[in-house]
Design a protein around this ligand. Sequence first.
Ligand code: B12
Ligand code: SF4
Length: 495
Amino acid sequence: MNVLLLSMPDSFEHMPPVAIRMPNGALTSLAGNVDPQHRVAVADLILVHRQVRETVNRLVRELEPEVVGLSIMTFQRRTAGRIIELVRGLRPNVKIVVGGYDPSLAPEAYEDMGVDYLVRSEGEVTFRELLRAIEQGSGLDHICGLSYRNGENWVHNPARPPHRLEDSEIRPPNRDARVLKGYTLLGRQVDVIETSRGCTYDCSFCSIIEMRGRNFFTYSFDRVLADIRDARDHGARTIFLVDDNITLNVRRFEALCEAIIAAGLHKLDYFVQAMTSAIANHGETLAPLMRRAGFRYVFLGIENIMEGDLEFLRASAKNTERTNGQNTGNATLKAIDYLHRNQMFVVGGLIVGSPGDTRESIDANLEFARRYVDWPYIQHPTPYPRTPMTKDFRDQGLIINERLEEYDGTTAVVRTQHLPAEEIEFLRWRAERWMKVHHIPAALRHDPGFVLFRGWKMLFHTFRGSSLRSVLGLESERKVFERYRSIRRAEREYV
Ligand code: B12
Ligand code: SF4
């Protein structure tokens, strides 16, 4: 069968497509795991975010898919709905499958969206079995993790337990399936790699626990190294490790760094997400090894520097430093220091706008980011389906915006007990644009060609909404913010 897999074009403020266009790892993993007789094409629509309609039209005409699959996050649901309508209009009998975080956590939302099948949680084995069943015309009731339309009703089969990743049942991704080009992270071709899945913490804002429970399973190093080589052979010079929480097992992470060095794969740049506690508590050995293995950017889940907010976010444990077996306070500064001493950059993940936040507590976090992080990744708490935080916000009546396409992390959709949502967003927006400018010299040293030729586009994007009048101080920042918000609203009309 011909199968077309699509990821959505919607991006958010800290990953502007002008500088960052990352492949969706789920789709190549699905493509690598179907039976060999199927012809699978993967199209990451972020690569054509301004020509979505034309591209989908063209791909559907050229590839004549019998099955179309979409990978969807919550803020992409509206775009997904429009793409489903478009595909259905082009090929009325096509079978449409949805998967990823949003369909898994809010399956009921897809029942009236023209979808035939919905794959919940991990998809490789479920999707493989679904294609077999469609091809053979056999029943679907034995396929765990699958929901499907049966006449007027939807049937939800029992959940599929998370895969232990031990045997080789989940085969490596198939990057040859990609049919669009242009992946980049600041001018270098980027690819994504998984070394593990899952996390055993339970931060209240994170979707991962509802998605797959609290667990942690790992791929063998042989598989991971082969995957990195494959990404490199497909042109990647930067590798993003998309593990939910690679720092859960620090000894393994250190051994992985050593394996990368021994395999000669340390000339690539690596980007990883890490817990502050793991870096602070093991930085003495871990940070130098990471540096030698090629790690350049480390996304630190700092979340917040105020203890009260950390408790609300249920993120205290992962941000605690331990000395001689005792908890000795917030781990953030120590983690940042280890990374900086080893010439790595800190992408600072902070969350401002929790229920108890005041202007002062938000300012304190923004000031912290200004002083210590190299690239800000500051978000507002966003009530994604079925997270514990969503329930808290709902119970307190603090959700002020139900337009899901704005649930992109940098639009404040909840207020605090003390501040309106718009004010919170304004405070973050005003501070953050300038923080990004500070990173330009470091980016210039590493990628002079890209920064010299494309840097102005990035600046233009970061400061969109500004005008000559605002630069001359004749127009208030509030006015610029209003203009920025309406530009942002227009950008969301992808289809
Ligand atoms: C890596 C990652 C990113 C990366 C890379 C994204 C990319 N291009 O792939 C970056 C840093 C860019 C990123 C950004 C964002 N992310 Co993100 N990200 C993740 C993370 C850590 C891992 C995702 C991943 O690649 N997993 C590995 C793959 C193989 O697994 P998977 O995606 O789950 O796919 C499996 C199944 O879901 C299913 N499946 C998926 N799609 C499909 C499609 C079909 C047809 C089928 C059958 C099955 C299927 O099968 C797959 C294989 O088993 C998750 C989870 C987490 N712990 O926080 C968050 C997560 C997905 N991100 C999230 C969000 C909100 C964002 C942002 C909006 C803001 C933010 N919080 O940073 C931006 C928006 C990105 C954009 N488009 O601009 C949320 C989504 C919540 C939701 N309900 O939608 C998550 C869950 C984190 C959270 N807050 O809880 N993200
Ligand atoms: S440590 Fe990270 S992956 Fe784990 S629950 Fe918290 S935010 Fe999610």
